[in-house]
Design a protein around this ligand. Structure first.
Ligand code: ZN
Length: 453
């Protein structure tokens, strides 16, 4: 979901209980969205294939109005805007040379019956089957399982435990929704999504203006690493629960199996369902863990400094282990950011360049680069010998513009196993806790003790 920065929104997920008739309409809607997507895309593809041009947005919007499907106009508009967004990104990528090395593959001419084309009387869209990399893709039935109402009061509204959706419910017959807790704030969008056989509503709430941040006293820098999930500048580290790691490994394995199967064969479909199920489990476990950990961090510190993940990803090479952690890190940063905003504390993101290579104590950069397998950092200048991740975490903290040396950063996370359930919106009962952490703290005397020579 794209959101302007500084906009403090929360996404809450609730189970809904539609009647069979409502469920049928819910099931139909993504299909209509898909037809609209494919229709608009086919018009664009046609032009792009022939002339390398993109359609004027206004003329495409006119097309949109002519598509008469029984769905609410704001849902239709959302499909249109999403397509425009992907197209903008595609052309932007071309302009900036990010798609330079993509070659168009020459393949057999493919006709697709399920893709209606605007003015083409044959009803077929002509394209060579494979669109260039980064180009918006035609969607198949499996690709779309959700749709969105863009504005509360326009097409959807919530009344206590009842959800009203235009074109799906009527005034006397809303959908039952289980709302246990709703943050104060203005309701924005409502996304309906089918997961497995169950429908869920994702409600976005824009929170009121944040309290002004207090002057940070307790500060922490956080290194996101592969060996341990996070290492803090207080020399604490946190591992994700074993149950999550195990599920992630299983997911990777089953996904690999899936990739070897014949596309859309019977076995493929079966395996796909299994993979989806594990996906949901992993996501729930990840969510839970990340909520717990971020709560501990936010309760404990006023200033939390992360590495900027966008830059970090450019710096480091791609590996499977990393891509798994990546998702977890993103979640953690996301959850921390919104929790911090509610409490008037500060999150900062800094450029991770050189954080592993510079000695935090004397600031000297190592001549030889520290390799990924080196676990300890040794400084040739001042003789400091220290855990690699810890050194990075302290560097990350001191890089922040909010940091000043008088801040305490010796508060340990030790002894906190607590895990508030108040913030979890998933409600899955996975009994994971933030693991108890190693209790050492980084005090000046400890730094001295670390010096050899
Ligand atoms: Zn040094």
């Amino acid at each position: 979901m794209v959101r302007k920065e500084g906009q403090n929104c929360r996404n809450l997920r609730f189970k809904i209980h539609p009647t069979p008739e409502q469920e049928r309409r819910l099931d139909d809607t993504p299909e209509y969205c898909r037809l609209i997507w494919n229709h608009l895309l086919s018009i664009q593809v046609d032009l792009y294939e022939r002339f390398g041009l993109s359609v004027k947005r206004s003329s495409l919007e006119k097309h949109l109005k002519n598509l008469d499907y029984p769905i609410h106009s704001s849902v239709r508009l959302d499909v249109f805007q999403r397509l425009c967004f992907v197209f903008d990104k595609f052309f932007d990528d071309i302009k900036n040379g990010r798609l330079k090395n993509t070659k168009r593959k020459k393949v057999k001419f493919v006709k697709r019956k399920d893709v209606p084309c605007g003015n083409n009387s044959s009803g077929f869209i002509k394209y060579d089957g494979i669109l260039p990399k980064g180009h918006p893709k035609f969607k198949s039935k499996e690709d779309l399982s959700s749709f969105r109402y863009k504005q509360h009061g326009n097409g959807w509204y919530l009344d206590g435990n009842w959800l009203y959706l235009s074109k799906i419910t009527n005034k006397s017959n809303p959908i039952k929704i289980n709302i246990d807790r709703l943050s104060d704030g203005e309701l924005k969008t409502c996304t309906l999504k089918k997961e497995g056989i169950q429908w869920f509503a994702y409600l976005t709430v824009e929170l009121p203006d944040n309290p002004t941040p207090s002057t940070p006293e307790n500060a922490v820098g956080i290194d996101l690493g592969l060996k341990s999930f996070i290492t803090t500048s207080d020399d604490d580290f946190v591992e994700p629960p074993k149950i999550l790691r195990k599920a992630e490994k299983r997911l990777a394995k089953e996904q690999q199996k899936l990739s070897r199967m014949e596309f859309r064969s019977r076995n493929y479909n079966k395996q796909k369902q299994l993979v989806n199920r594990i996906h949901r489990k992993v996501a729930a476990a990840r969510n839970h863990f990340s909520h717990c950990l971020s709560k501990v961090l936010v309760d404990k510190y006023n200033l939390i400094v992360f590495e900027d993940l966008k830059i970090k990803n450019l710096v480091k090479n791609n590996k499977l282990a990393k891509s798994i952690s990546d998702v977890g890190w993103n979640k953690l940063v996301q959850h921390t950011v919104y929790k911090v905003a509610e409490k008037g504390k500060i999150v900062d993101k800094v450029n991770p360049n050189n954080t592993t290579q510079v000695c935090f104590h004397c600031g000297t950069k190592r001549k030889e680069k520290l390799k990924l397998e080196d676990r300890t950092f040794y400084c040739g200048n001042c003789g400091l010998e220290i855990g690699r991740d810890l050194n990075a975490a302290v560097n990350i903290l001191t890089k922040s513009s909010y940091y000043n040396p008088s801040m305490m950063h010796t508060v340990g996370l030790a002894g906190i196993n607590g895990c508030g359930d108040g913030t979890s919106t998933t409600g899955h009962g996975i009994s994971s806790q933030v693991p108890s952490m190693n209790q050492q703290m980084l005090t000046p005397s400890k730094v001295e003790a670390l010096m050899v020579q």
